[in-house]
Design a protein. Structure first.
Length: 499
């Protein structure tokens, strides 16, 4: 039975490897592994999705890949141990799942089924050959051992070589070279960020997030299992729908326009209270207001449906894009072309809204429409339509569950309410009085503010809470709410031991 289980595992590897290689001319989303993974992402219940993000954070996709691999391995082993032709039938059934997953992706064609069909066909042939070798009659046992070993090595080689070749060819076709050659426009500069906006420049507080989040540390939450590869020289943005004139904008067109530079904090709606799915960056891009007004907005429109290259959609309130805030078609991030994982060559950045309704990456389409006519990816799955940011705060240091020495200790963190601003942060130790923290200098109402409080920490175990006030003086709510349907609420809280 061990040989038969191994036969199933090797045959499954052949299916995935061949499918990966054959998917090269059709695009990575036609790969059976990624097609099924994308279908899982699209159809995962919200409670499970939020659990995955809460548990694994930005490693949620890695966790998905590991989980899928374990399930595939288990099913493959079962297929190998089943009596013929049941194992082949099981593989064919799994192949049908892969075909359905590939064909139900937005923008798919019948050609996207070819990698899965080819992989399953070769895999079934290999499964049958391995099982025959494993179960050769007793007199030929010595020969069967050599035959099985040779076939096993061949199957493993096919799986590894085909899979690796498919991945390498796909990477060779990536936009890395295109991005490296991309020249950022010279923007109209924003006002310099004062040193006082970053407490780390004057106080060097260990553990406190920097005012500007480095690109490599900026959170990434999206539905793309395979990063879309969109060269800037073929990219186009279509603006259509309830407009006076449809526009199709290329990068050559954009370079004739004046770019701007704006620092904006972005927040994911899946960010739990005190979570890390928030970051602050300086973006280079083009005001969306100018592009939309050039197209001419028809009466009655109240929403812009943005679509990405991989068919993700987000519905943004039209008034937010026209009210003068720094809503951008962004092409640069912290002085560099957008990283591919953050939307190269172009994405949306809209202050004051959670990303699921505003921050479309790899954006290629803006449809001016109405909320009562169309829905978007996450609103179809039960999330709120408008997604306004809520006042929030986070304690960065000390770390929850940690130990600090008695005496002077810095309690520090960040607070945000994009497009309204933060006016104060208060800290509570155990059940004591709320104490005002010192805020960093405000640079923009669209960016977070750091805060710090010096605490004379007595020995023992303590609970520390924080709360922020917005620019109107309204305090963030203490009511605890989950991330679904429009963002978590409550006070961040940590526990520390003082010795």
């Amino acid at each position: 039975m061990l040989k038969r289980a191994l036969s199933g595992l090797l045959a499954a590897g052949v299916i995935l490897g061949v499918g990966e290689l054959v998917s090269v001319p059709f695009g990575p989303n036609s790969s059976p592994f990624y097609a099924v993974g994308s279908a899982v992402v699209d159809n995962t219940p919200e409670a499970v999705r939020e659990w995955a993000i809460d548990t694994f954070g930005t490693s949620d996709k890695t966790a998905l890949f590991v989980g899928m691999s374990l399930i595939i391995a288990a099913l493959a082993a079962v297929a190998g141990m089943m009596r013929a032709p049941r194992g082949a039938v099981l593989f064919a059934g799994l192949g049908a799942v892969g075909v359905i997953a590939a064909l139900t992706r937005s923008g798919s064609t019948l050609l996207d089924a070819i990698p899965t069909v080819a992989g399953v066909a070769v895999g079934i042939v290999m499964l049958n050959a391995l099982i025959r070798a494993a179960e050769a009659p007793e007199p030929a046992q010595g020969m069967s051992r050599r035959s099985f070993l040779g076939l096993a090595v061949a199957a493993g080689a096919v799986a590894v070589v085909a899979g690796t070749a498919g991945r390498m060819i796909g990477q060779a076709r990536s936009v890395t070279a295109n991005r490296l050659a991309f020249l950022l426009p010279t923007p109209k500069p924003q006002a310099p960020i004062p040193p006082g906006a970053d407490l780390n420049t004057t106080m060097n507080i260990d553990g406190l997030a920097s005012y500007i989040t480095p690109n490599e540390d900026f959170y990434r939450i999206d539905t793309a299992l395979v990063l879309p590869q969109v060269p800037s020289d073929t990219w186009k943005l279509r603006i259509h729908g309830m407009v006076e004139r449809e526009l199709e904008i290329t990068f050559e067109d954009l370079m004739q326009r004046e770019a701007v530079e704006k620092t904006v904090t972005l927040t994911c709606v899946s960010n739990v209270v005190g979570g890390e799915l928030v970051g602050n960056a300086t973006w280079i891009g083009y005001p969306l207001k100018d592009l939309l007004e050039e197209a001419g907005i028809q009466d009655g429109a109240d929403m812009v449906l943005s679509s990405s290259h991989d068919a993700f959609t987000a519905g943004t309130p039209l008034e937010v894009l026209l009210d003068g805030r720094d809503a951008l078609l962004a092409v640069g991030m912290n002085g560099q072309p957008l990283p591919v994982r953050h939307g190269y060559p172009a994405r949306l950045v809209v202050p004051g809204l959670y990303g699921y309704v505003s921050a479309t990456k790899w954006v290629t389409d803006l449809e001016v429409t109405r909320f009562d006519k169309v829905t978007a990816y996450w609103t179809d799955r039960g999330w709120g339509e408008l997604g306004p940011i809520k006042t929030a705060s986070r304690i960065d240091t000390p770390r929850s569950g940690g130990t600090v020495p008695a005496g002077k200790t810095m309690i520090a963190g960040v607070a945000w309410h994009q497009h309204l601003g933060i006016s104060g942060v208060d800290i509570q130790i155990d059940e004591g009085n709320w104490m005002p923290a010192t805020l960093s200098e405000e640079y923009s109402k669209d960016t977070w503010r750091q805060w710090v409080l010096e605490w004379d920490a007595p020995p023992g175990n303590h609970i520390i809470r924080a709360r922020a006030s917005d620019a109107n003086g309204d305090i963030q709510t203490s009511m605890t709410a989950d991330t679904v349907p429009d963002g978590a609420t409550g006070y961040p809280q940590i526990s520390v031991s003082v010795s």
